[in-house]
Design a protein. Structure first.
Length: 233
């Protein structure tokens, strides 16, 4: 099994599909959690989102989930890089996981690795803005973190979001990142289903529609939080 997953093209695509599916589910969960912050912002409250942050702080289950997520991201990116290199060598710049035909080739499908790099860079910035001021601070045994010039407790996620998205350049960077993530998901979700053998004339258009609906829902949820916290700062 390990040789199949590491050496076979089909095995690599299976790993990409399963890791990608898990990451999409995480994004859906993370977006839903962020909508709680949006509700608190609208209601002028803090208890619900900060309560979630306290529950998901430096607790053992959150640490295990964070480690698992980091491993999934690493696996997904490494396998994407390997598959892209293999396909460039074998077929030039064709897509790594697409078997069904369509009129024309979408830009996203030809630039999945580039989009993936942008997504990973954005993830790094996101970790600096949030994880390093929340879970990492707790792990270091500190009880406060500077947000701007104000010390706050690391579970005050609402204050950290407000400060981060009060700055226009952060808003611009995050919106560009989210557009890249949307393009990546648009192609990646339906490509994931194709890679596990669900590509046929009947299901192909349905999967594309489902992929666009899912990726658009996730990204619009994230964008709503970014824009609302800037507008209502």
């Amino acid at each position: 099994m390990s040789c199949f997953l590491c050496n076979s093209s089909l095995g690599k695509k299976l790993v990409m599909s399963l890791s990608g599916m898990a990451l999409v589910l995480f994004l859906l969960f993370h977006m839903s959690m962020n909508l709680v912050a949006l509700i608190d912002l609208i209601n002028g409250d803090t208890q619900y989102y900060n309560g979630v942050c306290a529950f998901l702080g430096a607790n053992w289950y959150a640490l295990v989930a964070t480690a698992g997520l980091a491993i999934l991201v690493l696996i997904h990116f490494v396998y994407a890089f390997i598959l892209t290199l293999n396909n460039y060598r074998a077929r030039g710049s064709q897509r790594y996981a697409v078997t069904a035909s369509e009129p024309g080739v979408e830009w996203a499908s030809k630039n999945m690795l580039l989009l993936g790099v942008i997504v990973v860079l954005g993830l790094g910035l996101h970790l600096v803005h949030f994880w390093s001021k929340m879970m990492l601070v707790e792990l270091m045994g500190q009880h406060e973190v500077l947000v701007g010039d104000e010390p706050v407790v690391p579970t005050d996620g609402l204050a950290i979001i407000k400060f981060t998205f009060s700055q226009w350049y952060n808003v611009a960077i995050y919106l560009v990142w989210l557009v890249a993530l949307w393009l990546h998901l648009n192609h990646g979700v339906w490509s994931m289903f194709q890679s596990i053998g669900w590509a046929n004339d009947k299901w192909y258009p349905r999967l594309k529609m489902l992929a666009k609906a899912a990726s658009t829902l996730i990204i619009l949820g994230f964008m709503a939080v970014v824009i609302a916290f800037y507008v209502m700062r």
